[in-house]
Design a protein around this ligand. Structure first.
Ligand code: DOR
Ligand code: ZN
Ligand code: ZN
Length: 427
């Protein structure tokens, strides 16, 4: 079966090419990339991409799929459909499920299940410690051999430096990166939102920038010592950006991600009583948000990832103090990137493709994130001008927990193609 994408603005970070062209897909691969491809086969499907961006399919390094154990929040199948609807062709599942993905069998369970039910490519991240208890290292080398593409203790930090140093050495030896959730356990206490004007107004405990910054600095130093590939998850503070900049100047192997909610919202946007503004790390100040956006613009921050964290409506209906941290992100990420960053001049469309596809592919070492001839046909087609209002009832995700419901956004996914097959098309 062949598929022809006509007249799209083809944006390929691998070759830095940005031109109106056609793409011919055949047998799951990009067979041809050229102007005005003429194919006259009866089995040919044609997609008119006039006025649209055609980019390598997005790759999300940070997703919570909730299966096994929390299938009332999300499953591998629904999470994958949500990804497809958001333009993501590959997503990385964090290990904080029940049980935690901390051994070979559990990595295999997710990968096998995904092969059966998922519309997009699923990668699995293994835990750093057994049951994420921070006491005993998980079988890092075994999980890497079984296909885990990274290790992470996401949801918390490994506070024991001796243990984390050993974990980083093992990850480096296994050739996989360490995805770091940076949060000092003692310093965070029972914090709920950013520590500052808003936490005082709402009279809840705050989470200071130092909670994140101190562990970002620490983890960079451990990476320097161990030669591990360190990837910093959901950076939210201005000092995270400057620490990453400094580390890169010194040649330390560090990459960093920013989530759409952190570059879009500040603590001032928090609506009292709405727990869809509660996530970890929390929404910060205007100054932090500006530093994150400039960090992305100046390529200090490499990656946009969602931290898609579906929760059940019942749990999110609890008080600000008691509701779980996290919001869904897969189905709004592309639009928020266009609305907040591309349209406002922070990112070129080429940089958007780099941060949502090419760079994440490099971090986990997969041969995707490019539109070169001969490569796997994982592609997203987006209309950058299309405006729409976010309606959670349209979400493929089981999670409806987003602060962006009812918000008017620009830029919509038109079609998502995985291995040459259309897995989502917006009619
Ligand atoms: O907001 C968050 N939600 N932050 C995390 O670190 C964990 C995640 C979750 O699993 O819900
Ligand atoms: Zn996290
Ligand atoms: Zn997370």
């Amino acid at each position: 079966m062949k598929l022809l994408i006509k007249n799209g603005r083809v944006i390929d970070p691998a070759s830095k090419q940005d031109e109106v062209m056609d793409l011919l897909l055949e047998d799951g691969k990009i067979a041809k990339k050229a102007a005005n491809i003429q194919e006259k086969e009866e089995t040919l499907t044609v997609i008119d991409a006039k006025g649209c961006f055609v980019m390598p399919g997005f790759i999300d390094l940070h997703v919570h799929l909730r299966e096994p154990g929390f299938e009332n929040k999300e499953t591998i199948a629904t999470g994958a459909r949500s990804a497809a609807r958001g333009g993501f062709t590959t997503i990385c599942a964090m290990p904080n499920t029940k049980p935690v993905i901390d051994n070979v069998d559990r990595v295999k369970f997710v990968l096998n299940k995904a092969a059966e039910v998922a519309a997009v490519n699923i990668c699995q991240v293994g835990a750093v410690t057994v049951a994420q208890q921070g006491e005993e290292l998980a079988d890092i080398e075994g999980m890497a051999k079984a296909g885990a593409i990274a290790i992470s203790e996401d949801g918390k930090s490994v506070m024991n430096v001796k243990l984390y140093e050993e974990a980083m050495r093992l990850a480096a030896r296994s050739g996989i990166p360490v995805f770091a959730h940076c949060e000092d356990k003692d310093l965070v206490g029972a914090g709920v939102i950013n520590k500052g004007a808003k936490s005082e107004e709402l009279q809840v405990e705050g989470i200071s920038n130092l909670v994140e910054d101190i562990i970002v600095a620490r983890d960079i130093l451990i990476a320097k010592e161990t030669n591990a590939k360190l990837h910093l998850c959901h950076c939210s503070t201005k000092d995270s950006v400057s620490l990453v900049e400094e580390a890169k100047k010194k040649g330390i192997s560090v990459t960093a991600e920013v989530c759409p909610h952190h570059f879009t919202l500040t603590e001032d946007d928090i609506v009292a009583g709405d727990t869809n503004y509660k996530m970890n790390p929390p929404l910060r100040t205007k100054e932090d948000v500006e530093a994150l956006k400039l960090g992305l613009k100046n390529d200090i921050m490499d990656i946009i990832a969602t931290d898609h964290a579906p929760h059940h409506a019942k749990e999110k209906a609890k008080s600000l103090k008691e509701a779980p941290f996290g919001i869904v992100g897969l189905e709004t990420a592309a639009s928020l990137t266009i609305t907040e960053l591309v349209d406002k001049g922070y990112l070129t469309p080429m940089q958007m493709a780099e941060k949502l596809s090419y760079n994440p592919a490099k971090v986990i070492g997969i041969d995707r994130g490019t539109l070169a001839e001969g490569k796997i046909a994982d592609i997203v087609i987006l209309d950058p001008e299309k405006e729409y209002v976010v309606d959670v009832n349209d979400f493929a995700s089981m999670g409806k927990n987003t602060p962006f419901a009812g918000r008017k956004l620009k830029g919509q996914v038109v079609a998502t193609i995985v291995n040459g097959k259309v897995v989502y098309q917006n009619n």
